[in-house]
Structure formats: C-alpha cells, structure tokens
Design a protein around this ligand. Sequence first.
Ligand SMILES: [Fe+2]
Length: 268
Amino acid sequence: MRAGDMFEIHYHLLFGVDDGPRDVSESLALAEASIAEGVTHIVCTPHSNYEFRFNPDINMERLALINEQLKGTLTLGMGCDLHLSYENIVDALHNHGKYTINGTRYLLVELPDFFVFKSISEGLRQLSASGLIPIITHPERNPLLVGEPSRLDEWIGIGCLTQITAGALLGRFGRRAEAFSFDQIRSNRVHLVASDAHSMDWRPPAMKDAAEVIKARCGEEVAQRLCIHNPRAVFFGESLPPQPNAKKSLNAIKAERSVLKSTFRRWW
Ligand SMILES: [Fe+2]
C-alpha cells in the first residue's frame, strides 16, 4: 500500500457542529494524524440527526477556517452523516446537494439501531429511485444487521453501497463487530472503509492500520479496492470500478430453493 493514496469519505472533522472536535485545534490534530497515515482527501460529514442539526452555512464556514490552517496539505470535501429518519429522507429527496458527498450522487446514510426492515427498505428505495446512491454506514454496529446480514443483499441489489468502520477491523468495537466485518468483506458485501473519526481520544483515524489488516487477511486487491479505489471514486462522484458480486448467504440460497421447490410442485 503506497503512502499518500487514501481517501476518507466519512469523517467528523468540523469543530463545534456535532460530537466531533470541540475546537479548531482538535480538528487540526485529527487532520495531522490522517496526513501522517497517508490520507490526502477527507470528506467532512457532520451528523444530521435528532441530537445535531445540520447547518450547511456553518459547516462551510468551519471547513474554510480549517482549510486556511491546513495550507493545502489536505483536500477537504463536504457531505453529511445522515440519520435515516422520515424527516431526513423527505428533505434529502428535495435537496440532494445539501447532504450528498461533494454534490455527487453518493449519500451516507446511518440506520437507526432498531427499525422495521420494510420501512427502511422503502426509504432506501425512494432515495435510490431519486438518483442517489445511499452508502449504508457501519452495518457492523447495527444489532439487527449483525443478526441478519443477508438483509444487506436486498439493499445492495437496489444500488446501495456499504461502509465499514476502520476501527471495527482492528477490534475496537469488539470481537463480534470485527468478525462480522471480515465476514461481510469476504462475502463481497462491503464497498468502502472509513475512519468515521471523531477525535484523537474517541475514535481516532485508523485507515492505514485498517488497510494493512485487510491486506494481511483478505489480500492486497481487496485492501486497495476498499481503502483507495472505491473511496476515490466516491469523492469525485465517479462510478465505482467493477465490483465482485456479493456471495449469496445460506439463508438467501435456502429461500431461493424453497421457491423453486414449491414452483416445481405446482407444475407437477
Ligand atoms: Fe459518523
């Protein structure tokens, strides 16, 4: 893995807008840590949820202030960590550019911890039908998806992508999240890795270590795809390079077989 190649597409770099950095010095400490890791581009993605209001004007002000201090050592972009609430979905459908990554079609979406699959599927379908490409963030931290990862197949099938947290691959969210993350990577259900950094004390950047551990456990091609090529395409709003097909889960295969069996019985 060459230094200076990595793109972060989910990152709480802006200070004083959510539970990320509290002041500009904390933002700069994060930025310096990412530069030292070999990151060249970061999308700033403040929360839009029940706790933190998303204000594009303030966000752009903070981005400009940080940019001034960085003196060209990093390229910053704007996006949003959009909680998938009804209100957010409606607003995103009417104002794509307010929330998408650098005004492209890519949109980070955070699922509630507990939800009704049918409602979330409907929300994702509406976003997708409107031309957006929802990126489902940290499925490894969602209790329902950890229990039933094959649900991701349906959403990937309608054009969604998934993003795993770098720290989860390093065991920072526990063994279950780590095992789940690698299982999904091996099943080709993961498209992107990002730090989702908040501060140097709480969830610091971890792209370099994550890329190394993916390389060691899944091979260099996978590490480059998830940490370099796909995030770069998202940053610039390009189509992802060809992706391997998601391997079907045992449950999905069983469900298909039972449909085939019942159809066969009806015919004969
Ligand atoms: Fe986040």
